[in-house]
Design a protein around this ligand. Structure first.
Ligand code: CUA
Length: 349
């Protein structure tokens, strides 16, 4: 369904969101009709002067009926809660096979990066029928990544990663909006999501210049910042080694278990005493104020590339270094605009 009123549903999640929406509207409509009809009928029937029978209700209505419809509405509402809740929850967990892409928001533009390092501004090309996982962060204030046609909205926060995912089901270009007021040009923080066929996407991706290899700068930083002194395989210090840990579960000294992901690695670098892995001493100093956000992302990318191991370049990309480069201005591209292919990361000043 696509018209002025009903926006095309272009992702798997859009389908389930719409189903819930229309069932809720239909149910609410039926209840309104039913109540309005009863009000009208009773108003006419029991108007002043009418001879309608008044007085006490038969016992079966005042008791059994009352119990019946109270219980029935309770179960209808419990069902609605379960149905909408479980749909929302399943939308939180991306499939393992999802393509990982990175998004950095800043006043007032979207920067995106593909698994091979290819970068885009205010655009994201994705293959159809493929789950895509977005790892997002902001360089300044809170933004919100909003694709109406996918029924997808997720806040993008500074100093933290948020994740979301989608599986596009329609070819074409779809609006990307910022849905959180983020300053003067918030309303111009626009972009578009281009959904291509699998083969077109492969061809498109191969034609992009690769971005910096974030994992490689992370590897250099691993030595330069002194991490290697304890964490290199050859080190004599009893500290965790990184090969293969990304994405695995770790047993913490506190007894809890946690998955080694971007957020955990970030915490471990900036607040190393918070979640100590079982079997290790809390001897690592904090690198808060020493390593920048970009440095942490590069190191995370390096650790992730160690996990990818044999699969080559997979995992070599990461969230673009948000602190690099000169201040940029948003290009304020509108959805539908054709972007020149060679538009570089840095906008003309
Ligand atoms: Cu970014 Cu509003």
């Amino acid at each position: 369904m696509s018209s002025e009123l009903f926006l095309a549903a272009a992702s798997t999640q859009a389908g389930s969101t719409d189903r819930i929406f229309f069932v809720l509207v239909a149910l609410a409509g039926l209840i309104i009709l039913f109540v309005t009809a009863l009000v009208t009928i009773f108003a006419i029937r029991f108007r002043r002067g009418s001879r309608a029978k008044r007085g006490e209700l038969p016992r079966i209505i005042s008791r059994e009926f009352e119990l019946g419809w109270t219980a029935a509405t309770l179960f209808v509402f419990l069902f609605l809660f379960w149905w909408a809740g479980s749909t929302q929850l399943s939308a939180l967990v991306p499939p393992k096979s999802a393509l990982e892409m990175h998004v950095v928001a800043k006043q007032w533009m979207w920067k995106t990066q593909h698994a091979n390092g290819a970068r885009e501004i205010n655009e994201l090309h994705v293959p159809i029928d493929t789950p895509v996982r977005l790892v997002m962060t902001s360089q300044d204030v809170i933004h919100s990544f909003f694709i109406p046609a996918f029924r997808l909205k997720k806040d993008v926060l500074p100093g933290r990663y948020t994740e979301t995912w989608f599986t596009p089901t329609k070819l074409g270009a779809f609006h990307l909006f910022c849905a959180e007021y983020c300053g003067t040009n918030h309303s111009r923080m626009l972009g578009r999501i281009v959904v291509m066929t699998q083969s077109d996407y492969t061809r498109w991706l191969a034609a992009q210049p690769e971005g910096d290899d974030l994992a490689r700068s992370g590897a250099a930083l691993f030595v330069a910042a002194g991490c290697a002194g304890c964490h290199a395989p050859s080190s004599r210090v009893h500290a965790p080694r990184f090969a293969g840990i990304y994405g695995r579960e770790a047993q913490l000294a506190s007894g809890k278990r946690t998955v080694v992901d971007d957020a955990y690695i970030r915490n471990s670098i900036l607040q190393p005493r918070r979640d100590i892995v079982a079997g290790y001493e809390p001897i690592m100093p904090s690198f808060a104020g020493i390593l920048s956000d970009g440095d942490v992302m590069a190191l995370t990318s390096y650790i992730r590339s160690l996990a990818a191991g044999a699969t080559g370049r997979k995992g070599a990309a990461g969230t673009p270094n948000v602190l690099s480069g000169t201040p940029e201005r948003s290009l304020a591209v509108s959805p539908g605009d054709v972007l020149p292919r060679d538009r570089s990361e840095r906008a003309p000043q």
